[in-house]
Design a protein around this ligand. Sequence first.
Ligand SMILES: Nc1nc2c(ncn2[C@@H]2O[C@H](COP(=O)(O)OP(=O)(O)O)[C@@H](O)[C@H]2O)c(=O)[nH]1
Ligand SMILES: Nc1ncnc2c1ncn2[C@@H]1O[C@H](COP(=O)(O)OP(=O)(O)O)[C@@H](O)[C@H]1O
Length: 193
Amino acid sequence: MTSKRIFVITGPTGSGKTTVSHYLRSQYQIPQVITHTTRAPREGEVSGQDYYFETPTSFATKHYLEHVTYSGNQYGSSREGLAAAWEQSPLISIVLDTAGAVTYARELGDQAVVIYLEVADQDALIQRLTKRGDLPSRIQKRVASDEYLRDQALPTGLVGHAHVIVNDDWQTTRQQLDQLVAKYCPADALSKD
Ligand SMILES: Nc1nc2c(ncn2[C@@H]2O[C@H](COP(=O)(O)OP(=O)(O)O)[C@@H](O)[C@H]2O)c(=O)[nH]1
Ligand SMILES: Nc1ncnc2c1ncn2[C@@H]1O[C@H](COP(=O)(O)OP(=O)(O)O)[C@@H](O)[C@H]1O
């Protein structure tokens, strides 16, 4: 029998969570659980693909496994979303802040394989956000938020549970991800291109 697992990808803004999630999807067909947010879409982001973009009123109507406020916006993930992704594949992924990752580790135990991403050089991280197209005013607000500062460190609740990847060099990160997929993925369950 195939056991269900979820890669919980967490870490500070700009550490590469979305990039890792996209890599797992394109390289290993690992579906991503789409979460809900009241944040405005960035250029190129599509509702139902990157997030379900909500108004504060529509956000309040969903049933969340957990939800948080991050830098002034609301984010939440639903049990229905988790179940729908597991219908597609035994190995799925989700991108969460560290508070969400702690909840998932607590609720799902060994089913949650937590990946904590970090970038050694803070200046490089700000440059990545600028290159991504984030407005300077938004970057300033984000890096000044309590949540951003909190996510700079692995929470005590995840010590010994999370796989820490320093995402400075993409090729090195990629190798570490390949090793993790090989460890947790039943060889016959995923088709690798
Ligand atoms: N706990 C929790 N965090 C979420 C959820 N969806 C997104 N996040 C996190 O919210 C934070 C802000 O996300 P976003 O505005 O897309 O900014 P980014 O980190 O710069 O990509 C990130 O740490 C995301 O991982 C969710 O459903 N629950
Ligand atoms: N190892 C890396 N080296 C250089 N740039 C990277 C690396 N990983 C991600 N990036 C870039 O950094 C920016 C932020 O990454 P992203 O995945 O959006 O982070 P997050 O989802 O954690 O906020 C993106 O423009 C992405 O292409």
